[in-house]
Design a protein. Structure first.
Lengths: 141, 141, 141
């Protein structure tokens, strides 16, 4: 699959919650982390989403927020993956940050340079990659 | 309307599915393609969204994923518009890709330079612009 | 809280609408504006979201659209905050635009340079920051 979404997480569906218009799908990554995706019910039906099938969870880099210290706050975002900053590429306005999860998966996030400075982001630093369930697209073969 | 969303697709509402909190709206573009938008029920009520009315579907460029080969995968994203890459603007971290649809509409996507390289994106190449229903904002006059 | 989301609006929950999968939360900012967030029901339960509690509404800069003139159009986006452009930082492909709201809150948006040109954005200009309820993450202490 040749597709521009920087984050392509392979996993297996391990839970499905059905609403009227939307469906929430839990995907266990090969590395062990669980990602939650919110997709429309029509898509879930067409793709025949059910527990046990293999999927790829796609997330664009600009959809991902990076936290280095939540300071006691809890977030509504369903996806909060802990890892280590392993690469920083600086641009004029934005930087790309790569975070390697404990399970081995890599998360790429695009954040503004101001955020890189404010967080004092450095390679080797612990960080959490955060994104909403609604940011995830599922791919089924 | 002077608004920064790079993608402003004119069309006519050709379908509405009502949920408890969200409403799914289908919009037929002047070029023939159909876009699906997921908006809140309150917005649908306030804007009096119904079949037959003219709307503009707004999508920001960073919300759009580009695929050149799905390799047999099917995606949960409701919007998958096929076209041809007609322009590439390179930045330090991100590039802007313009895709012209068969109906004539233009789709602008912002993707990382790594993705441009991985996909081997070139002008003249066939490509699909992919975005979730939840990325679409509807404008009504 | 050290987190990369450029927009971190402090406020108090002033309304909650519960759906089957999603919950809509209204947050009154300290400056007086009201932001609407759409989060999953499970998150709302875990975070014990209810009227009167203090929250921080997080929104990434690329999720925000800027309008200078809606030309009679009304938008489905639940969040439309009026203010004044107070800063523009130009990059190769994207620019960052800061809008100061009447209540004093600052909104940072990332838009393409083409949009900056098309809108003729300048410091001191009146502008509206627009984003969907689904783009908002809530943080609770």
């Amino acid at each position: 699959m040749k597709i521009s979404a920087r984050n392509q997480f392979k996993g297996v569906v391990c839970g499905v919650t059905v609403g009227v218009v939307n469906v929430e799908v839990q995907v266990r990554l090969n590395g062990g982390e669980v990602i939650v995706a919110s997709i429309t019910k029509e898509s879930a039906d067409v793709l025949e989403i059910k527990e046990g099938i293999e999927v790829i969870a796609l997330v664009k880099a600009p959809q991902i927020i990076i936290a280095t210290d939540l300071g006691g706050y809890r977030l509504s975002a369903r996806n909060q993956l802990q890892g280590t900053v392993t690469k920083i590429i600086h641009g004029a306005v934005n930087s790309e940050i790569d975070i390697t999860l404990s399970g081995g998966d890599l998360v790429a996030a695009t954040v503004t340079n101001d955020s890189v400075d404010t967080l004092g982001l450095n390679e080797g630093q612990a960080a959490t990659a955060i994104f909403k369930a609604g940011s995830v697209i599922l791919a089924v073969c």
